[in-house]
Design a protein around this ligand. Sequence first.
Ligand SMILES: Cc1cc2nc3c(=O)[nH]c(=O)nc-3n(C[C@H](O)[C@H](O)[C@H](O)COP(=O)(O)OP(=O)(O)OC[C@H]3O[C@@H](n4cnc5c(N)ncnc54)[C@H](O)[C@@H]3O)c2cc1C
Length: 399
Amino acid sequence: MAKTEQVLIVGGGFAGISAARELADDTRFNVTLLSDDADMRYYPTLYHTATGGERANSSIPLSKIFEETKNIQFEKGVATHLDRKAKTITTQEGKSLSYDTLILALGVVTNYFGIPGLAENSFSIKSQDEVARFKAHLHQQLVDDHRPDLNYVIVGAGPTGIELAGALPAYLRHIMKNHGQPSNRAIHIDLIEAAPRLLPRMPRTTSRSVRRRLKRLGVKLYLSSAVQGETADQLTINGKPMPSHTVIWTAGVTNHPFFKDNSFVIMSRGKVAVDTYMQADDNIFVLGDNANTPYSGMAQTALRDGVFVATNLKRRASGKNLKSYVAKQPITIIPAGPHWAAVVWRKVQISGWVGYLMRQAADLVGFHDLEPWPVATKQFLTEFSSQDDCEVCAAAQAN
Ligand SMILES: Cc1cc2nc3c(=O)[nH]c(=O)nc-3n(C[C@H](O)[C@H](O)[C@H](O)COP(=O)(O)OP(=O)(O)OC[C@H]3O[C@@H](n4cnc5c(N)ncnc54)[C@H](O)[C@@H]3O)c2cc1C
């Protein structure tokens, strides 16, 4: 009988989970999924959790996703060292995990570009802990100052910055009402972008329509504006101070340091060089945001990568030829405020209500792929959850 192949997948995100699910219940493989988080972070809806949505709206326990699979073991830990000769991964917790085949999908990390004060003073919405810290700050500020911040400043007019800028006013109004603030009190949301236009990597017409939309929502846009530093009370932009206690940094990510630390070949965009089978080294596959492929950096690409590599492993186990990687341009849908989203897919550009429905459908289908319909649907029916850890809001909602 052929030996069972030991597949070690590092990273329980879009790519890692997609590869694991493809190998699930195939008895030729014994799969270990190593991740530093017991939940899968569903990044596309994290902005919604940050602006009043439920935690479960952007976080799915891995134990639930793999509830019914027999050949997948979950290991919680932080991968730090790769030994190519011994074929092992060592974790920060001191465990050594061996593999026949290694799949790496660790995602990216926040990059502050060395700008002084940003790491210490800004907020981020890249994890549930960061989201909880951001929300706690919004509430605490209303408790301490009895008024909103002078400026809520979002740095980075890419998809995440725009999603947040669009959703933040309604959430602030909602919690301000709970905190007894007058409904006509002004809220200043500023969106800062170093490039001369927002969504610099997208078509100009999309930039223009999102710009108009944000303006209608009252978001003030600062283009060609470089952040030079931040203190607890202000941000410096193009040499000028902007007072704020609430700066949210969405402007930069960089590849996971694991790859540099473990001597992978890094390409110009900071991504790992892979061959046509997504192999970076003998039997070491690198997927999703980590891989130097044309559309890495998007969830749909990561999902496809996982299926692609796992399917090739199955083909190899069956003695068939391996298939080559073909990059596919994903559809981009960027929500900006209530019931509105911009859609870009190849030459097609749509914006407005239709875009919003497309995005809702995409998220619902994405969620349903990972959990049952009733759970997935419930999350999309909740605009503001009662999960904010704020006594004032809890008391207001109880009345
Ligand atoms: C706020 C935000 C919003 C986004 N919105 C969209 C969107 O609307 N549409 C879209 O297509 N894309 C979006 N993206 C991008 C998309 O989420 C990524 O492209 C996708 O998550 C990449 O999948 P991945 O599997 O490569 O990495 P990830 O999904 O990031 O998964 C990496 C996994 O590795 C784990 N990990 C990290 N380090 C270690 C370690 N040392 N040891 C063990 N485990 C580790 C992490 O906990 C995580 O589970 C968004 C990203 C962000 C940050």
